[in-house]
Design a protein around this ligand. Structure first.
Ligand code: MG
Length: 295
């Protein structure tokens, strides 16, 4: 199932994407929650109700609705340097850099989340704006101390994240938090594709284009720490909750590591596509004078 959050006539609700149409399952069954977190909290009961409602749900051409980020997560966790090819790329440029042998986690603030086709703001305070195409996991069950072998059972599905990064702010402090968390710097979507439709998360091709030019092309098979190992590690420390998003790292081809570097500027169009999940596309715009964040 492809779960979306969409807006029609100014009202946000969850729905199911079916053959290019947004199915408004909440219009058929008022017991289906309108928010994705509430829907995921309901567990299998919610999925069954949504499945049953698809056949009779009002349908809208997806081009006529506004797709929002599929979930407004309570946590947005991001893993750094998790691809072998990316590590080799960085080692070639920075031979003195010592690569850690543990998982390197940072937070993106949840206010950085934006829709799959919404603009990315080029900050007033930096010219070093960059993209990172990434596979993202969406948690489906509240859990703690989940083993690698059990991890699949707590995943609701997968989506796409562009881990947009402000390189000078990212590198200014060890936590990376501010440089990874500017408003609009976590486009998510277009849907949460349930695990049964995605299949093996370690066998997905991730591609990024800027203005139609190929910039990233890698496979999730090259991850150092698999999706399941990431959940095992994170859940040793804290509870993962339905709707939490875990973005699993990027690989080669970021703008800052190109020779010479090529950073994003206003007007650029960034597309991130992942096999069996879909694509997101975001236009870079200068940060507005009054940057009200609207949902
Ligand atoms: Mg990243």
């Amino acid at each position: 199932m492809r779960l979306i959050t969409f807006s029609k006539d100014g009202v946000n609700r969850i729905g199911v994407l079916d053959g290019g149409e947004a199915c408004d399952v909440t219009a058929v069954d008022p017991d289906i929650p309108r928010s994705m977190i509430d829907f995921l909290e309901a567990g299998e009961r919610g999925f069954e109700a949504a499945r049953a409602a698809i056949a009779t749900a009002p349908r809208f051409d997806v081009a006529t609705v506004e797709l929002r980020a599929p979930v407004a997560p309570r946590k947005l966790l991001a893993l750094g340097i998790n691809y072998r090819e990316h590590i080799a790329e960085m080692q070639a440029l920075m031979p003195a850099f010592v690569f850690p042998d543990t998982q390197v986690w940072f937070n993106k603030q949840v206010t950085s989340v934006t829709g799959p086709f919404d603009p990315i703001h080029k900050p007033k305070v930096s010219d070093l704006l960059d993209y990172e195409g990434e596979l993202a996991i969406v948690i489906g069950k509240r859990c703690r101390h989940v083993s690698e072998a059990e991890a699949a059972s707590v995943i609701a599905g997968y989506t796409i994240c562009n881990d947009v990064s402000v390189r000078d702010w990212q590198m200014a402090t060890p936590t990376q938090t501010m440089g990874k968390s500017f408003d609009t710097h976590a486009p998510l979507g277009p849907a949460i594709v349930t695990s049964d439709e995605v299949g093996d998360p370690q066998d997905l091709r991730v591609r990024v284009w800027v203005n139609g030019e190929a910039r990233q092309d890698f496979s999730t098979s090259d991850m150092v720490f698999s999706c399941f190992k990431q959940i095992e590690h994170l859940s040793k420390a804290f509870t993962l909750e339905p709707g939490d998003v875990i973005t699993t790292g990027t690989s080669v081809g970021n703008g800052v590591l190109r020779v010479p570097p090529v950073l994003l500027k206003a007007g650029d169009l960034v597309r991130v596509e992942i096999d069996r999940i879909g694509a997101i596309e975001n236009r870079v715009v200068d940060e507005p004078e009054t940057a009200l964040f609207q949902r």
